[in-house]
Structure formats: C-alpha cells, structure tokens
Design a protein around this ligand. Sequence first.
Ligand SMILES: Cc1cc2nc3c(=O)[nH]c(=O)nc-3n(C[C@H](O)[C@H](O)[C@H](O)COP(=O)(O)OP(=O)(O)OC[C@H]3O[C@@H](n4cnc5c(N)ncnc54)[C@H](O)[C@@H]3O)c2cc1C
Length: 432
Amino acid sequence: MTLREENFWLTTVAMPSTDRSVSLPETADVAVIGAGFTGLSAARMLAKKGARVVVFEAETIGWGASSRNGGMVLTGLKLGVNKLVRVYGRERTRKMYAASLASIDCVEQIVREEGIACGFSRCGHLEVACKQAHFDDYARQVEVIAREFNHQLKIVPRQELRTEIGSDIYFGGMVDQISAGVNPAQYVADLGRAAMRAGACVFEQTSVENVERATRQGSQGWRLATSRGTSWARDVFVGTSGYTGAATPALRKKIIPIGSYIIATEVLPENLAWELSPNNRMIYDSKNYIYYYRLTPDRRMLFGGRAAFFPESRDSIRRSAEILRRGMIEVYPQLRETRVEFVWGGTLDFAFDIMPHAGQMDGMYYAVGYAGHGVAMASYQGQLMAQRIAGEKPDNPFEGIPFPGAPLGLYDGRPWFLPLAGAYYKFLDWVS
Ligand SMILES: Cc1cc2nc3c(=O)[nH]c(=O)nc-3n(C[C@H](O)[C@H](O)[C@H](O)COP(=O)(O)OP(=O)(O)OC[C@H]3O[C@@H](n4cnc5c(N)ncnc54)[C@H](O)[C@@H]3O)c2cc1C
C-alpha cells in the first residue's frame, strides 16, 4: 500500500452532514465560531439550556485539530506543576490541576450521556524520560502532585520500564492511570450530532469574516459578516484555536499556530502491538520537541511529533512522514520493516505563556491555548464558557490570569519566528 496523505481517523468514521441550502437565521442568542471540541461542547450545553445557538464553521464539523489529534485525553497541563506553583501560587495551581482532572470526567460524561462510541477508555498515560535529569524531576513532580492535589502518579524505574513500553531508550517513566484514549474524529463527529440534536444550528463552509458591535431593536450584540451573509447575535463565543484568523484580530495576536504531524503504520500483529505497549497507554516523551504515540483500536502504531514547526502544508506533511518514521524506529527498532500507511498534520494553539486562557476580549467570549492538551480541556472549557454566557458563575481557574502577547508586541498573528523557536527548542533538548 502506498503512503496516504490523509487523516487515518477520518477513514474510520462517518462525519455528520448539514443541509447547506438552509439560510442563516437573522438573529441568535449566541453565535459560536468554530466547530471543534471547544465550539461544539459550548453549543451543546447552551442549546440544552434553551439558548438559540448558531455555529459557524469555515470548513466542516471537526475539520480543525479536533479530528486530527492523537486522541489522548490527558490529565495535567503542558507546563509542569512546579513551574505552575511558581507562577500562579499554590491555590490557583490546585484549581488548575483539579480542572485538568475534571476535564476528563467531562469528556466521559458527554460520551456517556450522548452514547458516543468513540472507544473512550481510561487506559492511562505514560510519560517517558529522555534524560536522567528528566526522570529525577518526575520524582519531585509525583511528590508535589500527591501532597498538593491528592492525586497519585506512579514512577516506573528504568529496569521496570519493559512492563510499560517495548523500548530501551528511556531513563524511566511516570504513569497516570486517570488519563484516557478516544478516537477523536468519532468523538467530534458525535459531539456535533449531539449539539444539533440539542437544537444548535451548525453552518459548515461558512467563514466568519468580520465581527462588529451592533444594536438591534434596542439590544446590544454583534453583527457577524460571514461568507454566506450576515447574522446578528447577542453574544459571540470564539473557539477557533490554532486556526484563529483575521475575524478576531486581537485574539489572533495572542496565539501562535504550531504544526504537529502524525503517521500511522499498517495494522500490527497482536503480539508485536502488545510488546510495544503492554498496557495500551497514551505515551509521550519529556522533550520540548516532543514525540507522542499510542496504538489505534485496530492495532496500528500512531506516532506524532513536531516534525516541522510551521502549520501543516502538503510539503511539510510529506517531509514529516520520513522524519517521524525515523523517530519511531529510534524508539521502536522492532518497526524497522513496518510500513507507514498514513501521514497528516494539524495546527496547535500555543499562547505565549503556554497556558489555556478563557474569558472575554473586546466583549467577545473565547477559550484557547490548549498547547497540545486540548481533547479534554477544550471540551471542558466549552462547557464552562457556556455556563458563563448563560449568566452562571462557574469557577474557571484559566479565566482572569494574565494573557501575555508577544514580547515588545512584535507579532501580528503571522508567526515569522517559528524557525527560530524550532531551533531554540532543539537546542534546549540538547543541553537540558
Ligand atoms: C496533530 C495534532 C495532535 C494532537 N494531539 C492531541 C492529543 O493527543 N491530546 C490532546 O489533548 N490534544 C491534542 N491536540 C490538540 C487538540 O487537538 C486541540 O487542542 C483541540 O482539538 C482544539 O479544539 P478546538 O475546538 O479549540 O479547535 P479546532 O478543532 O482546531 O477547531 C477550530 C475550528 O475553527 C474553525 N474556524 C477558524 N476560523 C474560523 C472563522 N473565521 N469562521 C468559521 N470557522 C472558523 C476552523 O475551521 C476549525 O475547524 C493535537 C493537535 C494536533 C494538531
């Protein structure tokens, strides 16, 4: 079989279809921009609360990162807990960590309530140390997480690592049993169906081009100019993540879009698959230039990483296939003769402080900045922001924290500095 430049997950699901002949409603209570986990989980909850919700998606449901990711439903944040405590203090960090655990419960609850057959399973995650110093840091993290957040992780010393992974290149590992795995395309497809069942109107192939304040019959709100006409809404919620564009320029300046790429091999023999990942964990390593990998439900090795820093293009996807295959063989020499059948890419959203952020900017609501930890957190932030828009006061520890822009304001949303950042992180991996 030749290499297919397409998202493996999409070959396993039927995405929902929407009627493209329906015209836009003149008004809505809430307009949601983006039909990924963030936008759809907000739309579902708002519609269940009785709001008239319209979702605008420039492409198709789940087209962004939400259908393309590794399907790892992870505890914790991208930044380690020691750094979080240093920056935000104990109390706020405690809430942030609790939110990361609650976000997994949130996905589990949506899956259960909506009967979504996306293979949600609490298989746990394994982080593996690329250096002795990284492994030493695991012990410190486990201690802080147990003491401060009452959450238990397990250290796996190097000599026991074969019980977790069929590779000898790491210095040890750390397991969190609470994390889960899903088929992300199935999850986002059925989240879209659930939002529509609840009453949200989803408009695919409808790009929001401009949003401006507009009063209508005495009510303050927003006029949204889209590729299919205009609409008015009392509130706007932006869930555009790494694909945030010119329609929301202030938010765009706060987000760095970073490419991430994945390959999937041919189906592996059962005994080889279990040798590679005996407990079927979601696995990632401790580098800045990270590799993340897992088995798919049909026993392929799905292996991802930041093979190029720029957002995906035909060129970067093609080049990534070979870079990631070499990375995979470094980890698993057993896969030297294994065919790679799929390669694809997607765009992550990083804030300058590598933290999730939610709240209101220029009067519009938003939730962004998941930094590769978005399957669970985006679903959760969508729900929290839906509650917020509905006038409730959920405790959201990512609201109200400083949301830095680029140093000296040297950024207009086009990430000219990514090659430099890529080189810098490679350098950090080499020296630290
Ligand atoms: C390759 C890859 C692997 C990943 N692996 C993992 C993982 O294993 N675990 C994990 O937790 N996270 C992972 N992530 C991150 C995770 O997928 C994202 O954080 C999450 O999907 C973000 O969801 P979202 O709904 O906010 O954004 P998206 O799913 O990206 O959706 C944003 C949508 O907004 C639409 N849009 C943008 N602008 C407009 C506009 N003007 N008008 C209308 N629509 C617009 C886009 O078309 C897009 O569909 C990965 C990401 C990538 C790319």
